[in-house]
Design a protein around this ligand. Structure first.
Ligand code: C2E
Ligand code: CA
Ligand code: CA
Ligand code: CA
Length: 274
C-alpha cells in the first residue's frame, strides 16, 4: 500500500512538473511574442439588426508561434492573466486596434480587457492616454469586460465604469449570463450593452432553458435601456429567433468569421452585410 501510495504521489508530482514546465514555455514564448512579431488581431463585425449594418468590430488576439504553431487565446490568455504579461499583451492589442480603427469610416472597435487589466492602478488614465496618443474619439472604443471583473469589487468597478462612460467610451458586459452577476446590482454599472454568451445562443434551438435565458437577458437589457449583442450566431434560424426575442445586435460566423485588417476595412466601407 505504501509503495502504491508513493507511486500515486510520484505520478501526481510528475504531471504537476509537466504542467508547470508547459506553462513556463508558454510564458517564455509569450514574453517574446511582441518583439518577434508573432501577434496579430482578427476583427469580427458586430451588426445591427436593422439592415445588418456593420457598426463595429471586436478585436480578437491571435498568436502564431514557430514553436507551437497557432495558439488559441482561450489557452494563452489565462496564462498571461496570471502574470504581468497580460498588461504588455493588452497594451499591444489596444495600440494595434486603435491604429487599425483609423482606416474605418465610423465604426467602433470593441476590445477585450481581462479582469486584471481592468483592476490595474489608474486604468482610466491608462486608456485615456492611449486614445489621446492615437487621436481617437473615445466613443469609437468599446471596452469589453466580464462580470468577474466588476462584481468582485463592485463599488470601485462602478466608479471606474462611470468615469470611462463620462469620457465617452462604450462599455459592454461580455459573456453575460455565465458569471454571477446579481441582476439587482447590474443597475449600478454604467453600461452600453450586454453581450449574451455564445453558449446560450448555441443551445437556443435545442433546449427550452437556453431560449428562456436568451429571452430574459434581452428583456433585462431593454428594460435597462441597454443594447443586447447576441454572440456566436451561426444560422439563419438563430437570427430569426433572436429578432423575435428582440436582440439589437448580432455577431457570429453566420455573418463573418474574424477577418484580417484589410478585409475589415473593406467590410467597414461597404457597411451593410447580406
Ligand atoms: P470572447 O470575448 O467571448 O470572444 C468570442 C469568441 O467566439 C472568439 O473566440 C470568436 O472567434 C468566437 N466566435 C465568434 N463567432 C463565433 C461563432 O459563430 N461560433 C463559434 N463557435 N465561435 C465564434 P477567440 O477569438 O478564440 O477568443 C476566445 C476568447 O479569448 C475571447 O472570448 C476572449 O475572452 C479572449 N480574448 C481574445 N482576444 C483577447 C484580447 O485581446 N484580450 C483579452 N483579455 N482576451 C481576449
Ligand atoms: Ca469579447
Ligand atoms: Ca464573449
Ligand atoms: Ca467567451
Amino acid at each position: 500500500a505504501k509503495q502504491n501510495g508513493r507511486g500515486i504521489v510520484r505520478v501526481f508530482d510528475d504531471s504537476m512538473d509537466e504542467s508547470i514546465r508547459f506553462r513556463r514555455r508558454i510564458e517564455g514564448g509569450l514574453s517574446q511574442s511582441i518583439k518577434k512579431g508573432e501577434l496579430s488581431l482578427a476583427y469580427q463585425p458586430i451588426v445591427a439588426r436593422e439592415g445588418f449594418e456593420v457598426v463595429g468590430f471586436e478585436a480578437l488576439l491571435r498568436w502564431n508561434t514557430d514553436e507551437f504553431g497557432p495558439v488559441l487565446p482561450d489557452m494563452f490568455i489565462p496564462i498571461a492573466e496570471e502574470s504581468n504579461l497580460i498588461h504588455e499583451l493588452g497594451d499591444w492589442v489596444l495600440g494595434e486596434s486603435l491604429q487599425v480603427l483609423k482606416d474605418w469610416p465610423g465604426q467602433y472597435v470593441s476590445v477585450n480587457f481581462s479582469p486584471r487589466q481592468f483592476r490595474r492602478h489608474n486604468f482610466v488614465g491608462h486608456i485615456l492616454e492611449f486614445v489621446q496618443k492615437h487621436g481617437v474619439e473615445p466613443s469609437r472604443v468599446q471596452i469589453e469586460i466580464t462580470e468577474t471583473a466588476i462584481f468582485d469589487d463592485a463599488d470601485r468597478a462602478a466608479e471606474t465604469l462611470y468615469r470611462l462612460r463620462q469620457m465617452g467610451f462604450r462599455i459592454a458586459l461580455d459573456d453575460f449570463g455565465t458569471g454571477y452577476s446579481s441582476l439587482y446590482n447590474i443597475r449600478k454599472f454604467a453600461l452600453d450593452c450586454l453581450k449574451i454568451d455564445r453558449s446560450f445562443i448555441d443551445g437556443m434551438g435545442r433546449e427550452r432553458e437556453s431560449a428562456a435565458i436568451v429571452h430574459s437577458i434581452v428583456h433585462l437589457g431593454r428594460a435597462l435601456g441597454l443594447g443586447v449583442i447576441a454572440e456566436g450566431v451561426e444560422s439563419e434560424a438563430q437570427v430569426q429567433a433572436l429578432n423575435l426575442a428582440g436582440a439589437s445586435h448580432f455577431q457570429g460566423f453566420h455573418f463573418s468569421l474574424p477577418i484580417g485588417p484589410e478585409q475589415a476595412r473593406e467590410m467597414a466601407e461597404i457597411r451593410y452585410l447580406v
